[in-house]
Design a protein around this ligand. Sequence first.
Ligand SMILES: [Zn+2]
Ligand SMILES: [Zn+2]
Ligand SMILES: [Zn+2]
Length: 759
Amino acid sequence: MILKIHVTGVVQGVGFRPFIYRLAKTHNLKGSVVNLGDAGVKIIIQGENGEIQRFLQDLKNKAPPMARVDEIKTEEVKKESPFDGFHIKRSEQERENQGSIIPPDVGICDECMKELFDPNDRRYLYFFITCTNCGPRFTIINSLPYDRERTSMTTFEMCDECRGEYTNPNNRRFHAQTVACHTCGPKAMLLDKKGVELSDSSVDALKKTSKLLMEGNIVAVKGNGGFHIACNAEEDEVVNKLRRLLGREQQPFAIMSRNLDVTEGFAYVSEEEKKLLTSSVKPIVVLKKKEDFEQYLSKNVSPGLHTIGVMLPYTGLHALLFHENNIGSLVMTSANKPGYPMVVDNREALHKLVDVVDYFLIHNRDIVQRCDDSVVSINGNKKTFLRRSRGYVPLPLLVSHPSKNTVFATGPDTDVTFCILTKNQAFLSQHIGDTGHHETMEFFKNAFQHFKKLLDVNPSTVACDLHPRFATTLFAEQICLEKNISCVHIQHHHAHLASLLGEHKKEEMVCITADGFGYGEDKNAWGGEILLGGFSNYKRVGHLQMQPLIGGDLAATYPLRVVAGVLGEDSADFLMQNTQVFPHGEKEIELVFKQLKNHRYIYTTSCGRILDAAAAILGLCYRRTYEGEPARKLESAAHKGRDVLQLKPVIKNDVIDTSTLLHTLFEYRDRYNPMDLAYSAEEYLSQGLATLAVEHAEKNGIKHVGFSGGCAYNKHLLTRIKEMVKNAGLIFLQHEKVPPGDGGVSLGQALIATETSFK
Ligand SMILES: [Zn+2]
Ligand SMILES: [Zn+2]
Ligand SMILES: [Zn+2]
């Protein structure tokens, strides 16, 4: 019998053809295997029936670790001339568009790590060591099918030894497209600020860099998906210097630790966190600091917070940064201004980072797609994405409602990802950033083109936020104009709800959506909403009290403006005690109260703004220098507090009173310690939101209550809401596959658009 087999899923770039080759040999089958232009694989086999059946069984059950087999289609074919053996054939451009996808980047595997430090191995200390089971994929692939000539490895001609491994079926690097060595592969170079090379080989570049880091220097390091800025995380002096040079006063730096032992010295690591840290993805995991944290790391790595983001070396290059020194942890922050795209190009790095770093560790391989590190935390025993990027993208999420059209959803404004929904697969892009910046929007457009090419799709439905002026809204409208189709505008919090529903394959729920800002149907700034509904419609059944937002965006930067709006003249003295916070001092404060008196403001129901105001009243943070700072500092203060105020939430006509909360906090601010007051404030909000959500779920016979939006990162809020929902006998839903914050919004937009446009 001769059988033609089409396999779809993640089957290119994962050692799939070598696996098929070995399987065919084991079962005495003849024929061929070939990569197709749609990221799928075609197999022809000829042999004895029983062996073919066993081959098909093994194909399903024994696939390589990085592979994902979604579908196997078989068809009997006729052929006159007999096959001679089994071959891996040259890739074909043929496309069936069955929804296969290239794999994400994979962290260095144990075998490669062993070889890297084995003096007898020919890749000893070679920074770009990879194999079929590890290395860059998403960031290196230009187009399909996945072969070396369509990656940024194309300029590196394999040496005889590498080719020997590449063509040997028994070798781990059999058909590994990133195979390379000291002789033939990418070269690393160390440059000074003027761009003058200081190294004479890759090994020398890494050795010198490792020493320079030990000596207190700041180095720009080119990785697989972009540049990082690295320095010794144990020394205050260099960490402070880096903060000053980057203009990042308070924003926490992610760090890279030498190994798990070092990490466990300064942070609590649960079993689940350990698994994540050492998984093949090796993401940044947000861990709780130990009490004696400052014995190990500079206190300025994550000032004012009880947590720290940690990752382990995920490439050979990273492991080598620790080789010639005894540093336990390095600051490893992406090389960009917050919200801007990470630097990926050598020349761009030399130009943009020259005022920040002392040296550049670069290499001569191009980065095809930029990809930031993923950030995850364990929240209520579940994995929660703060950022879903390297190691996860471009893997799709499977949704329950297959889409008839291909949908493109452009996301919101900050922390943006976009989503392409085709059939039952939703592809979320890598982390893009804040699209208010021109450069970030260029990255957005470039990534969109790349995804379109990889997936071979041309979206015919386009969705975006309801906000009329977001760059992502304007881009969506422009595409619609060109295609002569109508654009689907979706309310921000409805999109949050839909993304949570989509993740859990449910149809309706009551969703608490609490975040900083989302454009409301009434044009006000929403952000503390109780929504009831599904994909095609929703009702706003409750919300936090409407409060004055004096100065719009300025109120997000200076939470004392929110305090003034809520407390009115009562807070005038308090603001005057903090004139230094305001760029224009007393005058500005006077203007704030004048605007309040004359009703010159919009309203907000934002939960984020109330948390910010609480942080300001408690003296924890008066000025936001990074996204979420006041609320995060409030959470850090609260994590050791208790509910001293015991305030029962005041709810009238489905509105949770927040004035009572802030007035009480203000009144008691000198009587109790800030930790207990912070805890009490969070307790009030979580109880209020949960009470109202449960009430509406019960009244409407709805079983599921969910929690989405940026405030769902707050462990105290999440834990209390979950507990109250469960105590009411309802089912609680939280995000596990996409971020609760704005990085998950595009999924919801796409799902709503597909439901509403084909009714
Ligand atoms: Zn490997
Ligand atoms: Zn070689
Ligand atoms: Zn949001």
